[in-house]
Design a protein around this ligand. Structure first.
Ligand SMILES: [Zn+2]
Length: 250
């Protein structure tokens, strides 16, 4: 099955990867550990300076004692055609028209979701084995991320279709059909921890609104192993809070 899909990979895939790296302003190589690892991102390129000098970085360790109140998230996701991409740092699902969210009167369109193991965000110093980051963008270009935490348990049906199509090689893309509804990734309860932070990968740009759903969903040991076969560890260490307040809803 995999080798058959490999045959379908055309030169435009490589072109698309180059173009997206250029669009992001950099094609500088970075990793999670070692010389180009998270401790050195800020030194790798001038445009990565926020990774080192930023004062509102992500992820963070969420201490439930530092909480206030916030408004609920209105979820309006819908089934969309999707494409599964191995981008060299994670497995990402790009959605053509997956709907979006509304928070405090602002609307954000769901652009993509991707995974980190272990979860980048910690809750009371505890990290989960996996997290999905659902990345949304407003018309003004503002970013809002919803994080879904996974604890080990039963097989996750929503992940099954995504993980079955994970491309093994960086730069590969596979179509994921036309009927993926991101709602299937969400837990039943939608309460969340909210704070303002950054992208957790270079260039670590700030001003990102984070919403970490409190209720975890389940992922099986086999599903975790399948993801970790591609990415054993792709989580940035937690960053200083620097006086930021985490709001909790409800
Ligand atoms: Zn992420």
């Amino acid at each position: 099955m995999k080798s058959r899909m490999k045959l379908a990979i055309a030169p435009w895939v490589a072109l698309a990867v180059t173009a997206s790296a250029a669009a992001a302003g950099s094609s500088v190589h970075w990793e999670y550990q070692g010389k180009a690892g998270a401790a050195h991102w800020g030194e790798l390129a001038p445009e990565f300076a926020a990774c080192q000098q930023g004062k509102a970085q992500s992820p963070i360790d969420i201490r439930t004692s530092r909480t206030g109140t916030s408004v609920p998230i209105g979820f309006g996701y819908r089934a969309s055609s999707a494409e599964i991409v191995n981008n060299g740092h994670t497995v990402q699902v790009d959605l053509a028209d997956g709907g979006g969210i509304e928070v405090a009167g602002a609307t954000y369109r769901l652009v993509q979701f991707h995974f980190h193991t272990p979860s980048e965000e910690a809750v009371n110093s505890r990290r989960y084995p996996l997290v999905a980051h659902l990345v949304h963008k407003s018309d003004a270009g503002e970013l809002a991320v919803v994080a879904v935490l996974f604890r080990q348990g039963r097989e996750n049906a929503a992940l099954a279709s995504v993980f079955a199509g994970m491309p093994a090689t960086a730069g590969e893309k596979h179509p994921a059909g036309t009927g993926f509804d991101p709602t299937s990734l969400l837990p039943t309860r939608r309460g969340y921890y909210g704070y303002t932070g950054s992208l957790t990968t270079p260039p670590c740009s700030e001003g990102v609104r984070w919403h970490i759903l409190k209720q975890p969903v389940e992922v099986s040991a086999a599903q975790l192993a399948a993801f970790r076969k591609l990415y054993r560890m792709n989580a940035r260490p937690v960053q200083p809070l620097n006086g930021r307040v985490v709001l909790v809803n409800p």
